[in-house]
Design a protein around this ligand. Structure first.
Ligand code: PLP
Length: 359
């Protein structure tokens, strides 16, 4: 894809950028540029450009504003020891975006163009890649339906956008086990629904449960399956792993209702290759409650691009709670986390070719 380059005239000055990079938070500040590509039924993908970051002009009757026909992705670029920058497995996000597009009746965005767009934006705004511990440049690609009209049908006009935001850690403060609220009222996904697609509606539907979690003093909500209400699915924004007392890693199998995380796949691959036993299977909420109480489940952790690998301590539900481990990050969780971030930040060999250096 040929991108027309329209450099930003009014870039954020170096001092303001340094201030933003010193404490970036998550998703609060954005870089100088963005990528935009249009699609129409007749012409396919066209009008690809790198342009100054700016608000959109959308007709109030645009399809996305009413029927939520949109999908997105999330991936990161990491500062490397030699001062360069590398993306982590961007082709997996390209593939998942295409899968999400198919589910939402959107045109697939070509994988090579996706990776090219990420490289172009990171290269152009490389000064925005922070270099503090745990910091990175978070990339947010999205596709939205911008056909004007209120008919409920796949949009004949679509836009791909890519923006970037310097990011610190998603969970603030030193690494500590987070607490989860088990919602018994709300489900995130059902077979045949959109749980395996990365679409905004899934997140909108999770917010009331997330608020419930916070009302009960918990950091995050955890969802069980939408049919039997007994199998662990995932968190609103990350996958989940259990560490058994013999070191085995267990994670819910890809049922079609959970998001196939790139981090989940990376953790599974690295664990398998290091000789650890891994199981992708159904794991019941009873197994979690009983296992945490008896010590059979020694550790629990969440994983995702934003969450990285975050220990989980207490699980609370209406009428009870149980804590896995001793309230500190467990040794397996810590080892898995370190192996992953060492690979992402270029401190370890990359036998898989997962780092894609952007220069
Ligand atoms: C619902 C959900 N599950 C899992 C994940 C983890 O996916 P990944 O590791 O690709 O970031 C995310 C984050 O993107 C998510 O939003």
């Amino acid at each position: 894809m040929q991108f027309e380059i329209q450099p930003s005239g009014g870039m954020v000055d170096a001092e303001a950028r340094s201030a933003s990079l010193a404490a970036p938070g998550f998703g609060r500040v954005f870089t100088d540029h963005m990528v935009s590509v249009r699609w129409t039924e007749g012409d396919g993908w066209h009008d690809a450009r790198l342009e100054p970051y700016a608000p959109l002009v959308l007709d109030p009757a645009s399809a996305v504003l009413h029927y939520s026909q949109s999908v997105f992705e999330g991936l990161k670029a990491y500062r490397q020891p030699d001062g360069g920058v590398a993306l982590f497995r961007p082709e997996r996000n390209a593939q998942r975006l295409a899968d999400s597009c198919r589910r939402l009746a959107l045109p697939e965005f070509p994988a090579e163009a996706f990776v090219e767009a990420c490289e172009l934006l990171v290269r152009t705004d490389a000064a925005w890649v922070p270099d503090g511990a745990g910091a990175s440049l978070y990339l947010r690609p999205l596709i939205l339906a911008d056909e004007i009209g209120l008919m409920v049908r796949p949009s004949a006009s679509v836009r791909f956008l890519l923006i970037a935001s310097p990011a610190g850690s998603y969970f603030s403060g030193p690494l500590r086990p987070i607490s989860l609220w088990l919602t018994d009222e709300f489900v995130r996904a059902v077979p045949g629904g959109t749980g395996a697609a990365k679409c905004g509606g899934n997140y909108a539907a999770s917010l009331v449960a997330q608020r419930e979690a916070m009302d009960h003093g918990c950091d995050q909500v955890v969802f069980v399956d939408g049919v039997e209400h007994r199998w662990v699915d995932e968190l609103a924004g990350s996958n989940i792993f259990f560490v058994l007392d013999d070191g085995t890693l267990v994670t819910p199998e890809l049922s079609g209702a959970i998001l196939p995380g790139v981090t989940r796949d990376s953790v599974l691959t690295m664990a398998r290759d290091s000789g650890r036993k891994v199981e992708e299977r159904l794991i019941g909420i009873d197994e979690w409650r009983d296992g945490a109480a008896t010590g059979r489940i020694a550790e629990v952790f969440a994983c995702g691009t934003a969450a990285v690998v975050t220990p989980i301590g207490t699980l609370k539900w209406r009428g009870g709670e149980v804590t896995a481990g001793d309230g500190t990050p467990g040794p397996v969780t810590t080892a898995v986390r370190n192996a992953l971030i060492d690979l992402q930040y270029g401190r370890a060999e990359d036998p898989y070719g997962w780092r894609r250096s952007v220069s």
